[in-house]
Design a protein around this ligand. Structure first.
Ligand code: SF4
Ligand code: ZN
Length: 310
């Protein structure tokens, strides 16, 4: 691409299609950080003295998250960044991603905090998979439920004010479209809440990268040479999401800006359905005391099944 950067005139290396900007390396880095800063301001995601626990997976999305937040927060002397990795115990996968995460955290001057499924639940995801009954849901259902709990527990132990996750525009748009296609109004009322209203005992979650696309992330990690691990999880089986991703990528290619339009529609839908999600938390789990609608929370009932208790 022998084009010139639309910002400064230097040779461009990247075309951000949805804003129609041709960017050189330093303007790519700068505008990426600006987009995150804008997202933070638009939704009032951060306060000046926040302890920000940053969920790191070892993959590229959360690598960009940690890098950008570190740069942005270096201007706020009273805030603090704590990178946290939850190791589910998936052999040959998360152990390697963990090495990449450690390298990244070190290079940015942070100590990586690691917590494991074994510490919190007495078994790794690999062990859960050998113990579950034949008719049980897939690995990702367990992984999602337990990771959510582990992240919250750890963020609470670390006295985090917020928990930042690396969800990007593509993820959010896919989730919104999936919820619409399934008619899942409860979920629609829950996704895209800006700085999730604090429920007692819940560390609010923020998603500072939702206005960055997958292509932006790939370009940023490439030009800043951020370490990350990019091999798919051996349990990955998101056939439905993959179909949606393909369909949305095609739309985005033909009509740049489609993903952002979906994100904004999702916010409007979310506002309209917010009430439906609020009576979600009727009581507390008999075993662990966490909020739940039934007698046992999802974590405890899954653990009960895995241990063969009734
Ligand atoms: Fe967990 Fe599924 Fe993701 Fe693997 S693909 S890390 S099992 S949620
Ligand atoms: Zn419970």
């Amino acid at each position: 691409m022998s084009m010139k950067c639309s910002k400064c005139g230097e040779p461009a290396v990247y075309l951000r299609r949805y804003t129609n900007e041709r960017l050189c390396v330093s303007c790519l880095v700068k505008t990426t950080q600006d987009r995150v800063r804008k997202t933070i301001n638009r939704y009032a995601l951060l306060k000046e003295d926040d302890r920000i626990v940053v969920a790191i997976s070892g993959g590229k999305d959360s690598a960009v998250l940690l890098d950008v937040l570190t740069r942005i927060e270096s201007g706020f002397s009273r805030s603090e960044i704590i990178p946290l990795l939850i190791d589910e115990g998936i052999e040959g996968y998360r152990d390697r991603a963990r090495e990449a995460a450690k390298k990244l955290a070190d290079s940015l001057g942070h100590d990586l905090i690691v917590r494991t499924f074994s510490q919190y639940f007495g078994m790794s995801l690999d062990e859960m998979m050998t113990k579950r009954a034949a008719e049980s849901p897939g690995a990702c259902s367990y992984c999602g439920v337990f990771r959510r709990r582990a992240l919250n527990e750890a963020a609470r132990e670390l006295k985090g004010d917020v928990l930042a996750t690396g969800h990007i525009l593509d993820d959010e748009a896919q989730t919104i479209v999936m919820n619409i296609l399934r008619g899942d109004t409860r979920r629609m009322g829950r996704t895209n809440t800006p700085r999730e209203e604090t429920v007692e005992g819940f560390v609010p979650r923020i998603k500072p990268l939702i206005q960055l696309s997958e292509r932006d992330i790939v370009a940023y990690t490439h030009f800043l040479k951020l370490p990350y691990h990019d091999v798919p999880c051996p349990y990955a089986s998101e056939a439905y999401r993959n179909d949606i991703r393909e369909f949305l990528n095609e739309m985005e290619y033909k009509r740049p800006g489609t993903l952002l339009a979906i994100l904004h529609s999702g916010e409007a839908i979310s506002d309209a359905f917010r009430g439906e999600a609020s009576d979600d938390t009727a009581g507390t789990c008999l075993r662990c005391g966490e909020l739940t609608t039934g007698k046992l929370c999802k974590v405890c009932s899954m653990l009960q099944d895995l241990r063969g208790e009734t």
